[in-house]
Design a protein around this ligand. Structure first.
Ligand SMILES: [Zn+2]
Length: 138
């Protein structure tokens, strides 16, 4: 059997370390995903507008502000004013929106970590292969 060259041994060791690091990162991403409780697929923003009353302060440029939740559901956008929600409810909604953004971020990172992990596993496979040559004689 043909033993691997010292530089291959070094490469194998480096690749093993790389795989372990990627597995740790992936494990962290998955733990974040698994910890997610409730999420809202949307964004919160401040809507500024004029009410239409010519004698209102907004006619002079001081626009009305409303906190809005923009929800996306099956390709459609729904706008929900958050003005009537209590402080606690608003906090829960903000948290759930943030959870969704974190979830999506971790999901995207997990996809790329996983791709890199497979690349490294393939690299390890190539470097671990040894050759077997037939022996001469009877
Ligand atoms: Zn107005």
């Amino acid at each position: 059997m043909k033993r691997s060259k010292p530089d291959t041994d070094h490469l194998i060791s480096k690749t093993r370390q790389h795989i372990q690091r990627l597995a740790d990162t992936l494990s962290y991403r998955l733990s974040r995903i698994l910890k997610t409780r409730h999420m809202i697929k949307g964004t919160i923003y401040i809507q500024k507008k004029r009410c239409g009353n010519a004698r209102c302060k907004c006619a002079g440029g001081e626009l009305h502000c409303a906190t809005m939740l923009s929800l996306s559901h099956q390709g459609k956008t729904r706008l929900i004013p958050l003005t009537k929600y209590s402080g606690v409810e608003l906090m829960q909604i903000r948290k759930a929106v943030k959870e969704y953004q974190g979830f999506r971020h971790n999901r995207a990172e997990a996809v790329s970590d996983f791709k890199r992990l497979i690349e490294q596993i393939n690299k390890l496979e190539q470097n671990l292969l040894i050759e077997v040559t037939p022996k001469k004689g009877v």
